[in-house]
Design a protein around this ligand. Structure first.
Ligand code: GLV
Length: 309
């Protein structure tokens, strides 16, 4: 029986399964443990289920001499210092596939919402500004025949591409082998740019002032990947200056975004609170996979969903 720390309670019954064979300590609060809270608990941890909100860094791993398995409740794992885990031969797992459809659905919901200016139209109804059917009111853009640029054609990027094809869009993409020139040519022709690359040292602020200036002034940017992919000050300036037409972010840097951030008064911008995988189905399946990863890692067996090397 190993002592497992879970940094928040998870939906479904997966944690009950873990508790059948291990001691399970679940952080009871709505807000995540602070780094100090995590380091304080580290000496007793043998297994850990972490969330994207929890930085599992070298200091934490150093303070956890008994730690034998880390299971991240997310497909992304940029919150984990993989080198520090590898140096201790601690296996790290994540939860791919089961959240692909949920996240692609949200990317598409955001794309449609910005394209058709839904937040503005909904606000107009509540503000009593819906006085008549106006021929020139709330005009948006159509998806059919528009070009959708997918940056990062992994599982989620491909699922968004399929949705785009269903709407009659022309889909272009970059992937991990693409060069800066490939990205530049995608930006030149894309009417919608949807980000699905992982956050790494190479992709941090991939979308910066230069890139935003290279986009069409009518283009719309969607980010359901990681906030760090986009330079937020540059995006605020691009939206306010009209160098792009709109954006939707499900992820920001930091999260939550401070209420006085310049992005919050930018025009034609939607921000949602990192809900890409937030369907009951996806989150319950993620919990099952996180528990499978932890159980196998603790047993010294290969995790079914270990993070790629
Ligand atoms: C959530 O952001 C995830 O990576 O699963």
């Amino acid at each position: 029986m190993a002592r497992c720390f879970i940094t928040r309670t998870l939906p479904g019954t997966a944690l009950d399964r873990l508790a059948q064979t291990h001691e399970v300590d679940v952080w009871p609060q709505h807000l995540p443990p602070t780094h100090e809270d995590l380091v304080k608990r580290a000496p007793a941890m043998e297994g850990l289920i972490s969330l994207p909100t929890d930085p599992i860094d070298a200091e934490l791993i150093e303070n956890a001499p008994l730690l034998r398995a880390i299971s991240n409740y997310a497909v992304g794992y940029d919150n984990i210092d993989l080198q520090a885990a590898k140096a201790r031969q601690i296996p790290v797992g994540h939860t791919p596939d089961v959240l692909t459809n949920a996240t692609a659905d949200l990317a598409f919901a955001l794309l449609l919402a910005v394209a058709r200016r839904l937040p503005e139209a909904m606000a107009a109804v509540r503000a009593g500004e819906w006085l008549t059917w106006g021929p020139s009111s709330h005009l948006g853009v159509e998806l059919a025949n528009a070009t959708l640029g997918i940056v990062g054609l992994g599982r989620i990027g491909q699922a968004v591409a399929r949705r785009g094809e269903g709407f009659g869009m022309r889909v272009i993409h970059t992937d991990s082998r693409s060069t800066a020139d490939d990205l530049a040519s995608l930006l030149e022709s894309a009417d919608f740019v949807s980000l699905h690359a992982p956050l790494t040292e190479d992709t941090r602020h991939l979308i910066d002032e230069t890139v935003l200036n290279a986009m069409k002034p009518t283009a719309i940017l969607i980010n359901t990947g990681r906030g760090g992919l986009v330079d937020h000050d540059a995006l605020a300036a691009a939206l306010k200056g009209g160098s792009i037409a709109g954006a939707a972010l499900d992820v920001t840097e930091p999260e939550p975004i401070p209420l006085d951030h310049p992005l919050l008064d930018a025009p034609n911008l939607i921000i949602t609170p990192h809900i890409g995988s937030a369907t009951t189905t996806a989150r319950e399946r993620m919990a099952e996979i996180a528990v499978d990863n932890l159980l196998t890692g603790l047993a010294g067996e290969p995790m079914p969903h270990a993070v790629p090397d």
